[in-house]
Write a protein that binds this ligand. Structure first.
Ligand SMILES: C[S@@+](CC[C@H](N)C(=O)[O-])C[C@H]1O[C@@H](n2cnc3c(N)ncnc32)[C@H](O)[C@@H]1O
Length: 450
């Protein structure tokens, strides 16, 4: 087999990144935009030792699970890598991903059906859109897979339509005032990304311009024009002067408004600042938390730790069911938001602390705190051994683990099992329709505790 060769392939599976999987001459071939059951003529793009990448030239047999995709870039760029598959099948694919990961480590546990999202498109309350010059014009869009080539785009499928409209409006303002986009190779120009958040509850928009410098020609006029768009609550300049793929810089300048918007999860209101984590699917989040709370079977006497607490969304949702909540989070602004959010919702049995969960939990235990339940919702890389040791030493009856990466979660669950905790099942929840990502909830119980 050689590069550019056209081969006939039968797609037998879907990879965890939603690429069609085929086998040819002893190699595994990953084919973009191909579904199990399909037969395709494909062009070989890249060959590695044990696998290769190919793209479809012609469909010889299409799957009945295939959806027509109006913009092929949604699948091609990876922005919505599952957009070509019927939604019910997407849910089955997500459940299967978790089943496969368990099988790989020989864990025989039940995986429940994936909880569907109330909205399968336009559900995202936040967009982070790269800005680049293309043919001499400032464009917004999405990077082609594994590259930083910008594909200009204005309909992002998964994002709230009002956010898509705001992205276009801000793009037009930047064009009008001749603001250059960032040039990654020369490390010059100005605007690197637009980050836009929209409250589902009240329509408020937060517009963040991520820029190479902390000021540029016409900045005041640009801010005035953005401020006058409908529902703009705040405009922020995030200063990222570094040669880096990290999107946000550390320093921010609030140029209009007070730097925050308010959104709701169920009945609770949350102030959100630009650097704080907030679940991106506003309607599915209360369903995720309710399932986690239901699984934990909380009682009015329980003392709960909300480790990795962000702006307090989990802890404050839990507070009314229990005696006390202690939250711990490393991002200072998020802790400030969590404290404000407790007050905003009239909740007085939840306290939030800045620090590393793995350091504060043992400190609280030494001070005599008896913890009944720990909720933990880490970033994609999962938990550290130090955190797991600290959680186990705290000796809660239950640990509720919410995760956006089943692979790291299953790795961590095995460490908890070795330390005297076990679980019955995993619940997948679809927070990210049209993408291969899956959120999961697991209730770990301490062996031997009632
Ligand atoms: C996936 S977010 C979850 C936030 C929140 N629980 C929610 O659902 O909105 C993970 C959070 O963990 C925080 N974090 C990461 N490492 C931490 C640590 N060692 N101790 C405390 N918080 C941490 C991050 O800053 C981030 O806010």
């Amino acid at each position: 087999m050689e590069k550019n060769q056209i081969v006939e392939l039968e797609i037998t599976d879907l990879s965890y990144e939603a690429m069609g999987v085929a086998h040819y001459e002893g190699l595994t071939i990953f084919v973009n935009n191909a579904l199990p059951g399909e037969i395709v003529q494909a062009k070989i793009l890249k060959i590695k030792k044990n696998f290769a990448f190919a793209k479809v030239e012609k469909f010889l047999q299409k799957s009945s699970d295939r959806m027509d995709v109006p913009l092929r870039q949604w699948v091609q760029t990876g922005l919505a890598a599952l957009a070509h598959m019927k939604y019910e099948r997407q849910l089955e694919f997500k459940k299967k991903q978790v089943v496969n990961l368990l099988e790989k480590v020989h864990l025989n546990k039940k995986v429940n059906d994936c909880l569907a999202s109330p909205e399968s498109t336009a559900y995202r309350n936040k967009a982070q859109v790269p800005v680049r010059m293309v043919n001499g014009q400032l464009e917004v869009g999405f990077f082609r897979k594994h590259s930083h080539d910008l594909v200009p785009m204005t309909d992002f499928l998964t994002t709230d339509k009002k956010i898509d409209a705001a992205v276009v409006a801000v793009r037009d303002i930047l064009r009008k005032f001749n603001v250059p986009a960032y040039d990654e190779i020369k490390h010059n120009g100005e605007v690197r990304y637009l980050e836009i958040r929209r409250s589902k509850a009240n329509g408020q928009l937060m517009i963040v311009l991520v820029c190479l410098h902390k000021s540029f020609n016409n900045l005041d006029a640009v801010v005035q024009a953005i401020k006058s768009l409908d529902n703009v609550a705040c405009v922020i300049l995030n200063h990222n002067p570094h040669k880096t793929n990290v999107i946000l810089g550390e320093k921010e300048y609030i140029l209009a408004g007070n730097g925050e918007i308010v959104d709701k999860i169920g009945d609770l209101s949350f102030k959100i600042s630009s650097q704080s984590f907030f679940q991106i699917n506003s309607l599915q989040t209360p369903r995720l938390y309710n399932l986690a709370i239901q699984k934990a079977q909380l009682t009015a006497d329980d003392v709960v730790i909300d480790a990795y607490s962000g702006i307090g969304t989990i802890g404050l949702s839990v507070a009314k069911h229990v005696k006390k909540v202690l939250g711990v989070e490393i991002v200072r602004d998020a802790v400030k938001d969590a404290k404000k959010n407790a007050i905003l919702n009239g909740i007085n049995n939840a306290e939030y602390f800045e620090g590393k969960a793995e350091e504060l939990m043992p400190q609280w235990a030494n001070e005599g705190l008896k913890t009944d339940v720990i909720f933990v919702d880490p970033p994609r890389k999962g938990l550290t051994d130090t955190f797991i040791k600290a959680a186990v030493a705290t000796s809660p009856k239950k640990i509720v683990y919410i995760s956006c990466n089943p692979a790291t979660m299953i790795r961590d669950l095995q460490v908890f099992q070795a330390a005297g905790y076990d679980f019955d099942c995993i619940d997948p929840v679809d927070m990210f329709p049209q993408t291969p990502h899956v959120e999961t909830i697991v209730l770990l119980s301490k062996l031997g505790s009632k």
